[in-house]
Design a binder for this molecule. Structure first.
Ligand code: AMP
Ligand code: ZN
Length: 426
């Protein structure tokens, strides 16, 4: 809509557990699109939220016997580590749901005023019948829907399809004061409210995994359209970007099915770049049948390519849109073609090989790795180590420990050997 600022919102994680390789696919695909857009537009604002209040978080905090704050912080930190490991850049803005509770309450009040929502039994529900285009994204016919996908069909609903905007909290559950009593927001609401505030609507692209199409994204459309009294889904987001599932044994990998492979467990045997390549070896819209074989294959391809790449001393990673790799990516993010082109090119002596390698590394390795690690990150690390050593020389051990913690948050392990501090990135 505005070529001086392309705005893109992608649904982020619910931080109650480590991310699995299926979640990672969604985050890698979002990062792929953000990187390509950033390669061709002056400015891109990429927003991805953190869901830090949700029934699953409450359940996990009871199970792990820690507060929801501690729990969501723990898994947010782990998410940051895992995504960095996979070469995923931080979003330009990463709003936390619990920082927007007041705005969510205001938003719900507008929906109630417009008769698009109603209060019942301490809950506020969205009145699905009030929005003519409900289900437009997933093309569901409203009568056929299985309304029990996230919540049991409660008897107090006017219509079984109506969904929760606000629900009551008991005294031992996290809650916020509201006109409807102590409670907490529904999951769908947060993305409508945060995209409204952080990006402004309409914005260009909205995305997430295929399973978010319904009900999550259709509910977001209904809420935002009702809020603005505009029936057109384009008054919310112009384009939708959904990635296919990553499957294990023909079933979607999911925490609820229990067939998950965690990134953290793969770290022992594979580099982030090798896993990233495996995730991008299939077109984003297609399902990926996940297997160790696929990973091994990608590891081989990556190592072979990398041996060739090392012969070139690239000064910066850049997206060259006219390179073969760039062209493949500009054709609906055709990553399998981009990989094939790269493999073919390293064995030929093409004159624009460096441009292709630069584009390939920028997309497939993530800008945080290799080159940029060498320069930017190592400067930062050396500076922090110097500060820590100065603090230790001044007997300020508290400060020295804080800096060590910061380094460990950055995945940097330090070792004091013979009066010198050595470091490595884990
Ligand atoms: P969640 O934290 O469960 O809300 O999931 C975070 C993101 O991962 C969402 O965009 C989901 O659609 C996506 N996702 C979850 N499971 C898979 C899977 N097996 N394959 C691809 N994407 C997935
Ligand atoms: Zn969302």
């Amino acid at each position: 809509m505005d070529e001086n600022n392309v705005r893109y919102y992608s649904c982020g994680p619910t931080v109650y557990n480590n991310i699995h390789i299926g979640n990672a696919r969604a985050f890698v695909c979002a990062d792929l699109l953000a990187k390509v857009l950033k390669g061709i537009y002056k400015k891109v604002t990429f927003v991805s939220n953190i869901t830090d209040i949700d029934d699953k978080i409450i359940e996990a905090s009871v199970k792990e016997k820690i507060s929801i704050k501690e729990l969501s912080k723990r898994y947010f930190e782990q998410y940051k580590k895992d995504t960095k490991f996979l070469g995923i850049d931080d979003p330009d803005n990463q709003p936390f749901a619990t920082d927007f509770i007041k705005e969510m309450i205001d938003f719900i009040n507008v929906l109630i005023d417009k008769d698009a929502a109603y209060v019942t039994n301490g809950n506020v529900l969205f009145r699905v019948k009030s929005f003519k285009n409900y289900g437009i994204l997933s093309e569901r016919i409203i009568q056929e829907q299985d309304s029990g996908s996230r919540v049991d069909v409660e008897t107090y609903k006017e219509d079984p399809n109506d969904f929760t905007l606000w629900k009551p909290s008991t005294d031992d559950e996290p809650g916020w004061e509201s006109p409807w009593g102590l409670g907490r927001p529904g999951w769908h609401l947060e993305c409508s409210v945060m995209s409204e505030i952080v990006l402004g609507v309409p914005f260009d692209i909205h995305g997430g995994g295929n399973d978010l199409k319904f009900p999550h994204h259709d509910n977001e459309i209904a809420q935002t359209c009702a809020y603005h009294s505009n029936e057109s889904a384009e008054s919310f987001a112009k384009y939708w970007f959904h990635n296919g599932f990553l499957n294990l044994d023909n079933e979607k990998m999911s925490k609820s099915l229990g067939n998950v492979v965690y990134i953290d467990d793969l770290k022992k045997n594979f580099k982030g770049n090798e896993i990233r390549l495996a995730l991008l070896s299939t077109h984003y819209r297609q399902p990926i049948p996940w297997s160790l074989e696929l990973l091994e294959q990608s590891k081989n391809i990556y190592q072979k390519l990398n041996r060739e790449f090392k012969k070139y001393n690239l000064k910066e990673l850049k997206f060259y849109k006219d390179s073969k790799v760039g062209k493949a990516l500009l054709d609906d993010l055709n990553t399998p073609l981009a990989i094939r082109e790269m493999q073919r090119l390293v064995s030929s002596n093409d004159s624009d090989l460096e441009e292709n390698i630069s584009t390939f590394k920028y997309i497939f390795e993530g800008s945080d790795q290799d080159l940029s690690i060498d320069k930017k990150l190592s400067n930062e690390i050396e500076k922090l180590i110097e500060k820590r050593n100065n603090a230790r020389n001044n007997n300020d051990y508290e400060k020295a420990d804080k800096i060590r913690d910061k380094l460990s948050e950055m995945n940097v392990k330090i070792n004091d050997v013979n009066g010198k501090t050595e470091w490595e990135i884990l």
